[in-house]
Design a protein around this ligand. Structure first.
Ligand SMILES: [Zn+2]
Length: 442
């Protein structure tokens, strides 16, 4: 009976919330007050797929949904990214009958690595995909080990873990767990013998603390590792990218399926592979998966590709006042490794309210742009002086940094100044100021 009322209250509040444009966590919050174990009482679908990790959750989830839907399954997923327990509750109860049965064939959840434990107290995923765990994004949470400890209790013995074999931290989750499937990228053109990047999380074994050996690195701590002391090592993937040509935008899965990449980034490679692996485990046929993923352009609007003069450009949307989103995008640029210019725009801080508060700029690790591949950094917008001051405190050589008052001036300068790739980092409120000046890809 309590569940019945919780579902009704949740649906009603959601309806009202939609009318007044409010978020999706409040209905779940009240439903949980009425029925704290609501998630344990609802009858859930056959497949419950959760995706977590530091990077790539949203894109991976979107591709999984696209594939499963093409395969004829009804997929319920948290598209709005409300991935804490209140949001998950809203999602599940609003998609349930009053009798307490969730509609749909698949419940698909993007799960925040910090809150997974709370969401999965009353039910557990049938498949749990863990993409990667990064240090650069995790300084706020302490060390990656902290995140490991946060996720581990959320893992049920019946859950099939779908793990990135190339990440020594992610692979720790397989310890003492029976059901594990691995995905990974084999040695390829981007692999290097030496480590690149700022943080060397792979240097120490996450299991015993010993010094780790690497056959090769793909990027950062991702690669083929072995710990000589305790034997913690990269496992042979069940699903593998066996060939990768990032420059040509092409990869091959399991030696037979060739996929064209709409976004030529190593992150996209892993996201595709993760989606492929879990959909394959859910019984989707290879040809169908390939037809969906081939040249797949993400719809979440965080990445837009364009041309500006002789430059190919990628716009990476962040949220102002959210340093994690920025750090992720900066890590993306750094990992891409191709010679590039980076344009950072801070013109309006919020769409919703006026503020001139820019202290959040100091939480962003702009120092990630201090690398060989980033040839030029261009700052612009109304807050260009705040940005410039922030960049004074990075190690980026001042001669690499240019500044302009307006987006139009910056775009004009970049149009004429070279042919390297261009990455643009800005937020939803400022991105159209640039996109109106460039030629968008179809
Ligand atoms: Zn070890």
């Amino acid at each position: 009976m309590r569940l019945f009322f919780a579902i009704i209250v949740c649906k009603l509040l959601r309806l009202i919330g939609k009318l007044v444009g409010k978020g999706s966590s409040l209905p779940g919050k009240y439903a949980l007050k009425l029925c704290p174990d609501a998630l344990g009482r609802v009858k859930l679908p056959e497949y419950i797929i959760a995706v977590t990790g530091s990077n790539g959750k949203t894109s991976t989830v979107e591709m999984i949904a696209a594939i499963l839907r093409r395969a004829g399954k009804t997929v319920v997923y948290n598209q709005e990214g409300s991935n804490q327990i209140e949001g998950v509750t809203t999602l599940i109860l609003c998609n349930s009958t009053l009798g307490g049965k969730m509609r749909g064939d698949v419940l698909l959840l993007e799960s925040d690595e910090r809150y997974a434990r709370l969401s999965f107290r009353f039910f557990h995923p049938t498949h749990f995909v863990i993409t990667n765990l990064y240090r650069d994004q995790l300084t706020r949470n302490g060390h990656p080990e902290w995140v490991y400890n946060a996720i581990a209790p959320a893992i049920h013995p019946d859950t099939t873990l779908v793990l990135n074999a190339d990440d020594p931290l992610v692979s720790c989750f397989a310890r003492d767990h029976g059901r594990v499937k691995w995905f990974g990228l084999e040695k390829c053109s981007i692999s290097t013998a030496d480590h690149r990047g700022m943080y060397h999380d792979g240097a120490r074994c996450p299991v015993c603390g010993g010094k780790m050996d690497y056959d090769y690195y793909h990027y950062e701590h991702i690669g083929a590792y072995t710990c000589p002391d305790c034997g913690h090592r990269r496992r042979t993937p069940d699903f593998a990218v066996t060939d990768l040509d990032l420059a040509a935008g092409r990869l091959t899965i399991d030696g037979e399926t060739e996929i064209a990449l709409a976004f030529r980034s190593i992150y996209n490679v892993y996201n595709i592979l993760a989606a492929w692996s879990v959909c394959s485990l859910a019984g989707v046929e290879k040809g169908l998966m390939a037809s969906v993923i081939n040249n797949y352009i993400l719809k979440n609007g965080r990445m837009v590709q364009f041309t500006l003069g002789g430059r190919r450009g990628t716009l990476l949307t962040s949220k102002h006042e959210n340093s994690v989103a920025y750090d992720t995008n900066l890590a993306y640029i750094r990992a891409a490794g191709t010679p590039c210019a980076v344009l950072v725009i801070v013109d309006a801080i919020s769409r919703k309210y006026f503020t001139g508060e820019t202290s959040w700029l100091w939480d962003i690790d702009f120092n990630q742009l201090n690398c060989q591949s980033v040839r030029q950094v261009v700052l612009c917008g109304k807050y260009v002086n705040d940005l410039a001051l922030r960049f004074d405190f990075t190690d980026i050589p001042p001669e690499k940094i240019a500044r302009f008052d307006t987006v139009a001036q910056a775009a004009e300068a970049l149009r004429d100044s070279g042919e390297e790739e261009l990455y643009v980092v800005t937020c939803f409120s400022d991105r159209d100021k640039l996109l109106s000046l460039v030629q968008l890809d179809q």
